[in-house]
Design a protein around this ligand. Sequence first.
Ligand SMILES: [Zn+2]
Length: 117
Amino acid sequence: MLNIQIDDAGTLHCAKCGATSFTQKRTFASKAVLGVGALLTSKKLKCQACGTYNQTGNAKPFTGQSAAAEDDDAYVPTAEEADDAMAEADARLAKIAETWETPEEYIKRVRGQRRKR
Ligand SMILES: [Zn+2]
């Protein structure tokens, strides 16, 4: 995950292509609470130009060039891969929601199992 870049004027730039238009994923925080995965643990901005997810919270100075080019180890998912990851996360979230118990239901079930022993 690339860290988003910020220029002297305070404008955010995509770390991959330098574009300044992003789509905010507001659902990340609630998914992270349910433990869906490390991918979703912090707010990310999706570049509207190239589809790259930019990590927020640790912005780097905008250099006008690709952070990925500077860092050979940086893995940049394609827009398709990013969408796949989101779809997978959604599927896992749906699975969790399917089997979700309220705390009261959980306590009732656990107590019921104890009584059987
Ligand atoms: Zn971009």
